[in-house]
Design a protein around this ligand. Structure first.
Ligand code: AMP
Length: 213
């Protein structure tokens, strides 16, 4: 895939829970040319602020189920006002959401980051997230310098309530049932590139950079 330098790049990171979408998105938006839209992060903020949307979303998120399409699509569309390209992380998650996105954004590429369930559970149960800046850590293979404290901003690290093992399994089932059909959806459109997500984040990032250059 070749994308001209001046052209805005719109890409989707597709993958099950724990595939490393957030980690790769952080790297991709690092140079400031792309806007990160992570629906899970936005929804967690809404839950914390106890907004109407947050109160509606909470019950689904706690069970590892998807928040209804109309709520999520509306939430994303409100944010599509940048003059930059977008990295969609965790969106779309259903064929219906993908069809709605097609109406408003021309996608250039969908990166399917593939990992198996065993690896996902291993990663997610040791994942920690900064409560201030959202940076992602792992108590086994990406430890912060000071335990429980973010290296970047000094914020406190926490474990997401849906990173507990029972909910992780439910989220994986939800991925297989509702999101995995997007793999074929985007393959048929000629947009899909598959990336082996079991490797080191830096190796995966290099491969992604090669694909988009
Ligand atoms: P994530 O941070 O991407 O793992 O998302 C956490 C939770 O937020 C998911 O398990 C869903 O309950 C909800 N969620 C995030 N993105 C979407 C989406 N595109 N559609 C529906 N629900 C979503």
């Amino acid at each position: 895939m070749s994308v001209g330098k001046e052209k805005k790049l719109n890409l989707v990171l597709l993958g099950g829970p724990g595939a490393g979408k957030g980690t790769q998105a952080e790297k991709l938006v690092g140079d400031g040319n792309l806007t990160h839209i992570a629906t899970g992060d936005i929804l967690r903020e809404e839950v914390d602020r106890e907004t109407d949307l947050g109160l509606q979303a909470k019950e689904y998120m706690e069970k590892g189920e998807l928040v209804p399409d109309d709520l999520v699509v509306n939430m994303v569309e409100k944010r599509l006002n940048e003059d930059k390209g977008y990295v969609f992380d965790g969106f779309p998650r259903t064929v219906n959401q993908a069809e709605e996105l097609d109406e408003v954004v021309d996608l250039d590429l969908v990166l399917y980051i593939k990992i198996d369930q065993e690896e996902a559970v291993r990663r997610l149960s040791s994942r920690r997230v900064c409560s201030d800046c959202g940076k992602i850590y792992n108590t086994i293979f990406k430890k912060p310098n000071r335990e429980g404290i973010c290296d970047e901003c000094g914020g406190e690290l926490y474990q997401r309530s849906d990173d507990k093992s029972r909910v992780i399994r439910d989220r994986f089932d939800t991925f297989l049932e509702e999101t995995a059909p997007l793999i074929e959806y985007y393959r048929e459109k000629g947009l899909l590139e598959e990336v082996d997500g079991k490797r080191e984040p830096e190796t995966i990032n290099s491969e992604i950079q090669e694909i988009i250059s």
